[in-house]
Ligand binder design. Structure first.
Ligand code: ZN
Length: 131
């Protein structure tokens, strides 16, 4: 298991990482099992949602910003409290079944890396277990 890198370009961003994760699954050689995707960060997350319409991730980010406003007030003095809260709301891991060497995702589903305190260079860990 080796991490791959995601370079983010904005403070808030959802980046489709389905292709990179699928490549890790292929490289694992495992045909049937479970693929775990883990983001080792406290102000980023991973989620599964639609990427057919790019307005879906835009709406998600805009709604999140209304629910958890950037400006606070918050106690955390680093200035990124909202990013920590958003990361915990979405979570840092996802599990996807693998069948015949492919991720089992719904027609409209994509795996998104969620940046809440960018731009930064981030890591994503992928582990595929047979079974
Ligand atoms: Zn912080």
């Amino acid at each position: 298991m080796k991490p791959f890198t995601v370079k983010t370009n904005a403070r808030f961003e959802m980046i489709d990482i389905t292709g990179q994760v699928a490549a890790e699954v292929r490289q694992s050689g495992i045909r049937d099992g479970i693929c775990h995707v883990f983001v080792p960060h406290t102000t980023a997350a991973v989620t599964i949602n639609e990427n057919a319409d790019p307005d879906v991730p835009r709406d998600i980010l805009a709604a999140l910003d209304r629910i958890v406003p950037y400006a606070g007030p918050y106690r955390h003095t680093e200035g990124n409290a909202a990013a920590h809260i958003k990361a915990s709301l979405f979570g840092v891991c996802q599990a996807v079944f693998v069948e015949e060497g492919r991720l089992v995702l719904g027609t409209w589903q994509s795996l998104f890396f969620c940046e809440f305190d960018g731009p930064r260079t981030r890591k994503v860990l992928v582990k595929v277990s047979a079974g």
